[in-house]
Design a protein around this ligand. Sequence first.
Ligand SMILES: Cc1ncc(COP(=O)(O)O)c(C=O)c1O
Length: 426
Amino acid sequence: MSLSERDLQVIWHPYTQMQTAKPPVAITRGAGAWLYSEDGKEYLDAISSWWTNIHGHAHPYLAEQIYKQASTLEHLIFAGFTHAPAVKLAEMLLPLLPEGQSRVFYSDNGSTAVEVALKMAIQYWSNQGLTRTRFIAMKEAYHGDTFGAMSVSGRSAFTKAFDSLMFEVDYIEAPVPGNELQALAELQVLLNDKSKEIAGFIYEPMLQGTAGMRIMQAGTFSEMINLCKASGILCIADEVMTGFGRTGPMFASEYFQYAPDMVCLSKGLTGGMMALGVTTSSEKIYKAFLSDDRMKTLFHGHSYTANPIACAAGVASLELFEKEKTLEKVSAIATLHAAFIKKVGAHPALSSIRTIGVVLAMEIKTGEGTGYFNNVRDEALNYFLERKVIIRPLGNVLYLLPPYCISEADLHYIYGVIILYLDSRL
Ligand SMILES: Cc1ncc(COP(=O)(O)O)c(C=O)c1O
């Protein structure tokens, strides 16, 4: 039996309707932006393997550093003990983050990084004898699949079966172009009515990824952060997707004038090599947990918190950012995307096209309306796969988010497939 056939006997895949899904493509090897399948085909990874990969698949330097760490110290209980990769990664990360971040709390994925931030925010207030348990979040936000992270995400098909079980959240419009005034006005009403009940404001800075690569307006967004901070509300930047150059700068929070109180990281943190989550906090938040009273402890941790191999991958990835001038690669991709938009922007099969950093997003005109279950999704996914390109559209939104090592020629090849696909829709 092939790997794909064996898979169908034993595996339950994420975000997959197992009854109707096609057999999974079995990949045996990766190198750079390419993935190689069991049946001898090759594919260009245009989405960085669920937005995680940074420097390319199976990068030799990352692989070597992981091997070294695995053969030195592979795991360590992280309460009462510490190790060099965790300390080094925190030392390297903090100076790169928006101003004011002073402590690193480790977990093991993006959803848990968000859970930790929510718990920190609520307990920050309760440790001071105050009850502030509500969160402001944006409509259509996505913050993860665990219950807290789901609760602060917009209500959608993903959350429907669990809607009655999630905690209440105060939603406001996202400041996407055209919505800025509405977003500000909704925030203002909330701040007037119940700012003393609100623990935190959680947001995806500049770019709502899962919602369909919605790019937001930096000036309004910055003002929203300012208003929340002025009301004492803790601002939580969920940079799980936007972190590590996806939107151009190292962190999307750099687009704003006002820095967050907490930052959530994962995905690109290890270059896409290992599962790791980070929640950083300002000193003010950290200090609210310091006490002789043990009840003021943050009672949270995971078995794989700060796993040494994952932290070593994080350190190695940040070293590569320096050595390989990775952010220059990001701006080169951004320039190519901008030129492509000039070329194809008026295509009649498109209802809109936009870019930020390495992300290029296109909305395909469709008679069915938009949404995650739009038929364009499967049609486009298969069309591109047959032409050696891996994409994973969000409904009728096709997007590219390639590893930064992708060559100009490979990117042009993908642009060519996009034009073929758009022409096929006429
Ligand atoms: C903004 C954002 N936050 C959190 C998550 C959840 O991360 P994970 O899938 O690692 O749990 C994601 C995942 O796509 C995300 O885009």
